[in-house]
Design a protein around this ligand. Structure first.
Ligand SMILES: Nc1nc2c(ncn2[C@@H]2O[C@H](COP(=O)(O)OP(=O)(O)OP(=O)(O)O)[C@@H](O)[C@H]2O)c(=O)[nH]1
Ligand SMILES: [Mg+2]
Length: 542
């Protein structure tokens, strides 16, 4: 074997001896070991390196060239220790007066090595100057600290104490906060768009993440001509993100766009973090919120349809089903294959049809009583449920989270003068609603066909009001219900100036309301009542 590596037997022997050396826990490197390495390096005329684990055992010996020894690729396959850092340090010889190779520093960060150390081998095999580097948690003055000592006697750091301090500091950010198993994410928006657009979209992604109880530790954008087929974003950017994740204790990367299965796999392999895209995040929120049998089936359907084309290898599948907090479809995860997914999909579709036909009945019963139906629609978080509650003194859950409501609620609303209507509140809309989800929820949304009047609720305080408005119109168009009369309500006007209120209610031809002050809804109720009174006259029905 020595021959295949081009080594003489004596060289091979002396290298093998290194594998039996052990460094005491408090030392980065002992004088004896440094001298031994220097001797070998000098007689071989090659640079050599060793990997050392936390027990101080030399686990690998690496032979480089005359000029440099670099970390081999095998290092990617080494197991992570239990701590934040990998539990491996890289120690190597180097030519006099050279800095620590850049590649060492990159690997230090990417692989979360404990430390890298290079020492000079002088003429005649003497140990010269030493330089070492380690990661620094959250510092302004750089992410890596480099130290230099003029000789091995000057290497006085207590290794164990140093590593304990680093691990503690790296771990502090995430251990200290909130719920135990809370995910901590870095959000990434990249693409061929202007930076402001990327940021706007990223802010919505943040609201989505928060709605899923994920803590957002950082947000990153990258303007790209076209996405990298392997990693979606540039490799340099990705490496920055990995470091960032380590410093902030993030365990999850959420991408604002859909990723290909290959990209997910590559990213997960490269970063050792969990990778989620926007669609999966939305699916996950829906999975959390679904309460009724119908809602649960719809969400599961959407999840399975999302997974199906991604079921290449089992690996990708297990990662995807892992989802966030593991709320994947409710089957034993690894054994599902495409066929079983398809079967389950068709079973669920049938079950949905059944539920749908029952709903049809409920619908016609309502029709029979001839009560007009008003449907509240709007972007998620616009305040639909709050309005329904205020109008009908109900308590549909309302909250400052996206997709608070998934199921449709219908309530009776008595008009102050005379008559009544049924008012419904349903799932909120969002831009670029994942196709699978849209498909899954069509039966819920199709109930909107049944409405005599649609009240489109707008959130006046949103900086993206216009985009939201068009997104909702788009969904209504897709559902083919734009022919139903629409009344617009500009909600949350308490959060904007009177001037803004004036401008926006004119622009959108909307009635300004504030769901938190029920009296502000009186004009809305009157408009609805008027509509039906006039509507009845026009239609000539009693
Ligand atoms: N300041 C202010 N906040 C409001 C107003 N109306 C609703 N909100 C708040 O906005 C948040 C969202 O309200 P919801 O009624 O849950 O919104 P929704 O449209 O039903 O949202 P989804 O069910 O998630 O689609 C809640 O925190 C409400 O308290 C308002 O007029 N003014
Ligand atoms: Mg709601």
């Amino acid at each position: 074997m020595g021959k295949t590596m081009g080594l003489k037997a004596s060289e091979w022997n002396s290298l093998e001896k290194l594998l039996r050396r052990r460094i005491p826990p408090d030392f980065i490197l002992t004088t004896e070991l440094a001298k031994e390495m220097a001797q070998i390096s000098s007689s071989m005329k090659k640079q050599i390196g060793i990997l050392v684990n936390r027990k101080g055992e030399v686990t690998h010996v690496i032979v480089g060239t005359h000029d440099v020894v670099e970390l081999p690729n095998l290092i990617w396959t080494l197991k992570h220790g239990s701590g934040r850092l990998r539990g491996i340090r890289f120690i190597h010889t180097q030519r006099p007066k050279e800095p620590i190779p850049q590649r060492d520093l990159t690997y230090l960060v990417l692989l979360a090595l404990d430390l890298v150390l290079g020492f000079e081998v002088r003429e005649g095999g003497q140990v010269g100057r030493l330089q070492y580097a380690h990661i620094v948690p959250q510092r302004e003055d750089g992410t890596v600290r480099q130290e230099r000592v003029s000789d091995i006697g000057g290497l006085k750091v207590n290794f164990q104490a140093l590593i304990n301090a680093l691990e503690e500091e790296l771990g502090r950010h995430w251990k200290g906060v909130g719920i135990k198993a809370q995910d901590r994410a870095i959000l990434i928006s990249a693409g061929a768009k202007k930076s402001e657009i990327l940021w706007e979209s990223l802010n919505e992604l943040e609201a989505l993440a928060r709605s899923d109880d994920i803590q957002v530790v950082d947000k990153v954008t990258q303007v790209l001509k076209e996405p990298d087929p392997k990693f979606f974003i540039g490799k340099g950017k990705l490496n920055e993100i990995v470091l960032n994740a380590m410093q902030n204790g993030a365990n999850l990367l959420i991408f604002d766009s859909e990723l290909t299965p290959a990209q997910v796999r590559n990213l997960a392999d490269h970063t050792e973090l969990r990778i989620i895209d926007r669609t999966q995040l939305i699916l996950d929120i829906f999975a959390r919120r679904a309460k009724t049998r119908e809602g649960k089936i719809q969400v599961e359907l959407a999840q399975l349809r999302y997974l199906l084309p991604r079921l290449g290898g089992h690996r990708a599948f297990s990662r995807l089903t892992g989802g966030i907090g593991g709320r994947g479809p409710g089957e034993t995860k690894l054994e599902i294959d495409k066929r079983r997914v398809k079967e389950r999909i068709s079973r669920l579709v049938n079950e949905l049809k059944l539920i749908g036909s029952q709903r049809e009945l409920r619908r016609s019963r309502r029709r029979f009583r001839n009560t007009p139906v008003v449907a509240l629609v709007g972007y998620t978080n616009a305040g639909k449920s709050t309005i329904l509650n205020a109008l009908t003194k109900s308590n549909v859950p309302q909250g400052d989270r996206f997709f608070e409501t998934l199921d449709t609620t219908a309530r009776r609303l008595r008009f102050p003068r005379e008559g009544e209507c049924v008012i419904t509140d349903t799932v909120g809309f969002i831009q670029d609603l994942p196709k699978d989800l849209f498909k899954a929820f069509t039966s819920t949304l199709e109930e909107l066909h049944d409405a005599d009047l649609i009240v489109h609720v707008l959130d006046a305080s949103s900086p993206r009001l216009e985009a939201h408005f068009f997104a909702v119109e788009e969904v209504l168009r897709e559902l083919n219900i734009l022919q139903i009369p629409i009344l617009k309500a500009l909600n949350k006007v308490d959060k904007i100036s009177d001037e803004q209120k004036e401008i926006l209610s004119n622009r959108y031809d909307a009635l300004a309301v504030c769901a938190l002050r029920p009296e502000s809804l009186i004009p809305l109720v009157e408009r609805i009542q008027d509509f039906f009174m006039k509507g009845l006259k026009i239609r000539g029905k009693p």
